[in-house]
Design a protein around this ligand. Structure first.
Ligand SMILES: C[S@@+](CC[C@H](N)C(=O)[O-])C[C@H]1O[C@@H](n2cnc3c(N)ncnc32)[C@H](O)[C@@H]1O
Ligand code: SF4
Length: 485
């Protein structure tokens, strides 16, 4: 049963992120938070929207409604997963509860900004979408375009005075001119919101010191190891000695500002032995600490190690456990709790496409979905199956002949939309609230030979084979999604 949180005003929701926050990514896509895979708009490219259009738009409203109904299907599977293994308190959702009163708000209360991927490091678990150094050097790709232009900054001006908290991420935030522009504006406005900056800690100069002081920033410095060997092996390009000296300076500035400081640790297969020394160091410094259980790339995901190996990890960690206090003790309990709970009842999260994470769905549940579709729409669904992202099988009922789905085989499943565009002209794509856990519903409106239709796909990961499967029906645009009793 999903836990709903109340606002006092009658509104209840599993999470208030879509009611209170926006996360802006380096590629211009806008999400409600940094964990969801569900985009609510873009401020870049031919489909760009204004911040106001996005905040008042249908996509964000759909996500709010889904969560108010206790459904995590619009891209919120990761929080559902964490809540089921560690309790809601361990999930990101809980961070938005403080903004619940009065929601939904006329303006976002929290802006989480990753406006640029400019970065000087190539951390092993990071990717070219978040680090320009990785994109150009490790991936050999051209730099990503800058997505935030004059129009964006003038729209942002209307929002900034209403924001209670700003979180700057990246890329490396202290290398981004976009951030400096916002910090200058915040200093002019003098509204004094909370400002946190998640930084790799390598950029420290007079200008950085001035911003940290004037905006009383809370620095959140990422250190994924304690020994120079591990730290430098994970955070590729860092000089461990210099980083710790910079951390000393950030800590002095943070003490001066009085808003605290955090040290972050990405817990992975390659550095778990340094978790205890990390927590001891955070405790010694009396700073806040944040442990992130990395799940992508999969080889770094500690929880997805074979159970025997994970049991050894838990054993070593608990044997080594020193007395900890404060934030370090809380982080310790959370991590040990997550590992224990995973060993007791493992839940596997499967990356089902570039943007979706989903729980595998059992065959019996898929049969219920199929019957629901047949009962509601009077059609046996077209079924498209993909392995490792490539379509490997299609099952085409007689009604679906006009789609030409036989030619899907061998193509990437994420490229089928473009094929439909070529055949039927531009589509309109929208996520809908799903009738079942683990099933993502995508509405694709297009001009079919028999008129305007909605090819509605019900996308899931098959528990038996790990393959992606999409059950597609041909419905009237705007047809309601069936609800399951
Ligand atoms: C993308 S970084 C951007 C800010 C800054 N460059 C830094 O490293 O702190 C934001 C946070 O994400 C963490 N991170 C990087 N790769 C990750 C992954 N694959 N999974 C989870 N967190 C990750 C980083 O360690 C950092 O704490
Ligand atoms: S410093 Fe941050 S953005 Fe840069 S590569 Fe490392 S995690 Fe990614």
């Amino acid at each position: 049963m999903t836990e709903l949180v109340g606002t006092g005003g009658g509104l209840r929701s599993a999470c208030f992120a879509p009611h209170s926050a926006l996360y802006l990514r380096p590629d211009g896509l806008v999400h409600a938070c940094c964990v969801t895979g569900f985009s609510v708009g873009t401020v870049h490219g031919p489909e760009r929207q204004s911040l106001r259009e996005i905040w008042d738009g249908a996509a964000l409203s759909d996500q709010r409604q889904a969560l108010e109904a206790g459904a995590f299907d619009l891209g919120c599977q990761e929080c559902e997963f964490v809540a089921s293994s560690a309790g809601r308190g361990g999930s990101l959702a809980v961070h938005f509860d403080r903004f619940a009163a009065g929601a939904p708000h006329e303006y976002p209360r929290l802006l989480d900004l990753a406006l640029s991927s400019r970065c000087n490091l190539q951390c092993v678990m990071c990717n070219g979408g978040l680090s320009s150094a990785i994109r150009t050097q490790r991936e050999g790709l051209p730099p990503l375009p800058e997505c935030y232009d004059e129009r964006f900054f003038s729209e942002l001006d209307e929002f900034l005075p209403h924001v209670e908290r700003l979180q700057f991420k990246g890329g490396e935030p202290f290398l981004a001119r976009e951030n400096r522009r916002i910090w200058d504006r915040l200093i002019d406005l003098g509204t004094g919101p909370e400002v946190t900056v998640t930084t790799n800690g390598t950029v420290l100069n007079d200008e950085v010191v001035r911003y940290v002081r004037e905006l009383r920033m809370h620095p959140n410095v990422s250190v994924d190891g304690v020994t120079p060997e591990t730290l430098e092996a994970v955070r590729v390009g860092v000089d461990a000695g210099r980083l710790w000296r910079n951390i000393d300076v950030f800590q002095e500035l943070a003490d001066e500002a009085g808003n605290g400081m955090t040290l972050s640790f990405c817990l992975m297969t390659v550095n778990w032995r340094e978790l205890v020394p990390f927590l001891v160091e955070a405790d010694r410094r009396a700073v806040n600490c944040n442990v992130i259980l990395v799940n992508q790339p999969r080889r770094f995901d500690l929880l997805q190690q074979p159970a025997e190996e994970l049991a050894v990890v838990l054993d070593e960690l608990t044997t080594a456990s020193p007395p900890l206090a404060g934030a370090a003790a809380v982080a310790w309990d959370e991590v040990v709790g997550r590992i224990r709970s995973h060993l007791e009842s493992p839940v596997e999260l499967v990356g089902s496409s570039t943007v979706l994470m989903s729980r595998p769905v059992e065959r019996s549940v898929q049969e219920r979905l199929r019957s629901l579709l047949v009962d509601t729409y009077g059609l046996d669904p077209l079924v498209v199956e993909a392995e490792e992202g490539l379509v490997c099988h299609v099952d085409v009922p007689a009604w679906a002949g006009w789609i030409g789905a036989e030619e899907f085989t061998g193509r990437p499943i994420d490229s089928l939309g473009e094929l439909l565009d070529e055949r039927f002209g531009p589509r309109t794509v929208r996520w809908l609230v799903s009738p079942m856990h683990g099933v993502l519903v995508l509405s694709t409106e297009l001009d079919a030979p028999h008129g305007r239709r909605d090819l509605r796909g019900h996308r899931l990961v098959d528990a038996e084979t790990g393959r992606q499967r999409v059950y597609v029906v041909d419905v009237e645009p705007g047809a309601p999604v069936p609800s399951i009793s």
